[in-house]
Design a protein around this ligand. Structure first.
Ligand code: URA
Length: 452
């Protein structure tokens, strides 16, 4: 077998066999197939796509390049249901931090012997999008790097863990992703699907919930592209026997009221404490949690029943203690976090952007705000950047809200006056208003579609 022949076949739009894909990947990992050869094949896939068979084989090969989270032998496995969530990422997306304690509280309170466990493996923020691990680390001491034994103990004792990817999970993906990053081959649906699913399958899950974002702040802006990605993820998950659902959700404006790691954890705490809940965030949390419970109960609990259980738990602030435990069980100092909440505002500067006319807020461009967060020091332009988790934005008006001239639209938490000078112009460009007497304004709903 020769790499050149495999590449040429793909370039012509023909199907690569399982053996050919195995030859390509194992040769690459051993250094026998060169980066320029794999890059050429990736580019051929970019233009020709993959057949269903190729996608299945390629995903399995990537997944088996590393280890799989072991399932304990001494527990009743048929009763346990392991489920995780994957979001394609956005700005202010803090759903996972709320959903995990919420679902676990519902399991404890209502579900008896229905045993839903959440081994959650998340990523860091890059570019304009935030990452769950960075948010969790706003609580000092929180450890995202868990040994397999520690992760399994947490899963056994409290029903969930929140961790970063380890070196042993799908190592082939790490190397291939770096190559895609520099060869213009990131935006290929089969390559994205195989990359995401190789890591998720390593968790040994029974089910998965996908939140595929679409819109101005999403990885894929067009609904057709987001839907194609969602269908690809679902197809691979189902072929591997996972119960799965994909939500298509709108990501035009930041989700919720706060953007920035520390501020977002604050918002999650307030949400679960019953203090303040932004309606779009609440809707997405409820739908996601309800689906997770529905799938996790092997469909014994309907989505509507699960949603009303979640509503009750939220209204009574009953998931907050698990939220706190989520940090403390992984060495996070939650008390210090609560004390810092009161103090950090004295140490950071704030600047309010005021509406320069009256009208309806029609756009708060999520991607532009995410990029501004990077400029303020709160996000990463490249993987190696360190971040200041306390800078960010507090949003006072959401798209569709009526605004009076002079009212504050957004508050910036920053570290020096010069930073505000640098971002003022882009901030202004990120926000658009329409006059209420003009064309009627209709906001796109947060939940676009549920694909099963
Ligand atoms: N996220 C991943 O894990 N892989 C991709 O290829 C794109 C987004």
């Amino acid at each position: 077998m020769q790499a050149k022949e495999i590449i040429t076949k793909k370039r012509k739009g023909l199907e690569n066999s399982k053996d050919e894909l195995e030859f390509l990947l194992s040769g690459f990992l051993k250094g026998e197939i060169k980066e320029y050869q794999l890059s050429a094949w990736l580019m051929a896939v970019f233009f020709q796509g993959m057949t269903e068979k190729e996608l299945t084989h390629w995903t399995e090969l990537m997944w088996h390049s590393g280890s799989t989270l072991p399932r304990e032998k001494n527990v009743n496995l048929s009763k346990q249901f392991w489920i995780d969530k994957h979001s394609t990422g956005g700005v202010g997306d803090k759903v996972s931090l709320i959903l995990v304690p919420l679902v676990r509280k519902v399991v404890e309170k209502f579900l008896g012997d229905i045993d839903i466990r959440i081994p959650m493996i998340s990523g860091r923020g890059l570019g304009h999008t935030g990452g769950t691990l960075d948010k969790l680390e706003s609580v000092s001491g929180f450890s995202t790097q868990l040994e397999t034994r520690e992760a399994l103990d947490l899963l056994k004792d409290q029903g969930f863990f929140m961790a970063g990817q380890t070196e042993s999970i799908a190592p082939a993906d790490r190397r291939i992703y770096s190559l895609r990053d520099v060869t213009g081959t990131i935006e290929s649906i089969p390559l994205i699907v195989s990359s995401i699913m190789s890591k998720k399958l390593a968790e040994n899950l029974d089910g998965i919930l996908f939140d595929v974002k679409t819109g101005l702040g999403a990885f894929m802006e067009k609904i057709e592209d987001s839907k194609a990605l969602a269908c690809g993820l679902l197809a691979v998950a189902k072929r591997q026997g996972l119960e799965s659902v994909a939500l298509l959700s709108q990501m035009d404006e930041p989700l919720g009221y706060k953007v920035g790691n520390f501020l977002e954890v604050e918002e999650c705490a307030d949400f679960l404490n019953g203090k303040k809940r932004e309606p779009d965030l609440e809707k997405l949390v409820l739908v996601s949690s309800a689906w997770m419970i529905h799938l996790g109960s092997r469909k014994k609990v309907s989505c509507a029943e699960a949603q009303s259980m979640c509503e009750e738990v939220i209204a009574r602030g009953e998931a907050f203690s698990i939220f706190r435990k989520m940090f403390e069980s992984q060495n996070g100092n939650f008390q210090a976090f609560e004390e810092e909440r009161d103090q950090f505002r004295d140490r950071y500067l704030t600047w309010d952007y005021l509406a320069d006319c009256s009208g309806i807020l029609s756009e708060m461009h999520a991607r532009k705000l995410g990029v501004l967060l990077v400029e303020l020091g709160g996000g990463r332009a490249v993987k190696e950047d360190s971040i200041d988790g306390k800078v960010g934005f507090e949003v006072f008006k959401k798209v569709g809200d009526e605004v009076k001239e002079g009212e504050p639209l957004i508050r910036v938490y920053h570290r020096s006056a010069s930073e505000i000078e640098n971002i003022k112009e882009t901030l202004k460009e990120s926000i658009k208003m329409v006059n209420p007497s003009g064309i009627p304004f209709k906001k796109t709903p947060i939940l676009r579609e549920v694909l099963t």
